[in-house]
Design a protein around this ligand. Structure first.
Ligand code: MG
Length: 268
């Protein structure tokens, strides 16, 4: 099932099921009982399909991306966190920071995993039982603050407002039996800049969930960003940075396309 979250014209947040090109209202919500109806949804504004409890992110999780970043292949998953403030909705702008200014804002297409029930000490074998579904994410990254001015920590450069767009829908886990066999890519102003497959993750989705849930409860609504393949802007010659007026899209097989315009902070 493809689930969208939206605001209706009265400002109420609702869920809907996307089927045959239309959206039908769902009774209930993502983490309780969900009952699809045949009532046409009155979608005012599409929202990110989940309001995350926390956004856990894995870095350097594709071999060629680790190489293009000049980093060794990690022996354990590399973890960092984005704040909920960074969430952005499909079609809503990514803002280039101008107050704490960045000159080097980059894109990263990522498969996002949404945890559906409390998950602690999962095993590689049962890890996918905890997954509610999957969506597309863009791990937008200010490389100057991530690399040079972040004190060796990645969070400063990765958790600016609007730096975690997600959507356009959540595809339930039953519809994606193997999350590590999906085409994934990015287009910038219509030009393909990333084009790869999730089978090349260094740590697959099962291993990531087992690792993150070790002695640690992943609450329902935890979103896990699983890393990006090669082709990011910082690794290009010359580097390719996002700028106001751009349109950036992340697309994953079986999920759909997440598109966001780019503006400078404070612009509409
Ligand atoms: Mg990333």
């Amino acid at each position: 099932m493809k689930i969208v979250r939206y605001e209706d014209p009265s400002g109420n947040i609702q869920y809907g099921e996307k089927r045959e090109g239309a959206v039908y209202r769902i009774e209930g919500d993502l983490f309780g009982a969900m009952t699809p109806t045949d009532e046409a949804a009155d979608v005012g504004r599409l929202l990110a399909p989940v309001d995350p409890e926390i956004i856990l992110c894995i870095g350097l999780n594709y071999k060629f991306h680790a190489e293009e970043s000049g980093a060794p292949i990690p022996k354990f998953p590399v973890l960092f966190i984005k704040g909920r403030n960074a969430l952005q909705h499909p079609g809503a702008p990514i803002e280039i920071p101008t107050f704490l200014a960045s000159e080097e804002v980059d894109y990263e297409c990522e498969l996002a995993v949404v945890i559906g029930k409390p998950c602690k000490n999962a095993t590689v074998e049962n890890a996918l039982d905890y997954v509610l579904g999957y969506t597309c994410a863009n791990d937008v990254s200010a490389r100057d603050w991530q690399k040079k001015m972040g004190g060796g920590q990645w969070c400063r450069g990765k958790t600016f407002d609007t730096f975690a767009p997600m959507g356009p829908c959540l595809v339930t886990a039953d519809a994606i039996p193997d999350p590590n066999d999906l085409e994934i890519g990015t287009t910038l102003n219509g030009e393909v800049v990333q084009d790869w497959n999730t089978r090349d993750m260094i740590f697959n989705v099962r291993e990531i969930i087992a690792f993150l849930s070790g002695s640690t409860t992943l609450l329902p609504g935890t979103v896990i960003l699983t890393g990006t393949p090669h082709g990011v802007g910082m690794a290009r010659t010359p580097p390719l940075w996002l700028k106001s007026g751009d349109e950036i899209s992340v697309e994953i097989e079986g999920i759909g396309r997440l598109s966001n315009p780019v503006v400078n902070e404070g612009e509409k």
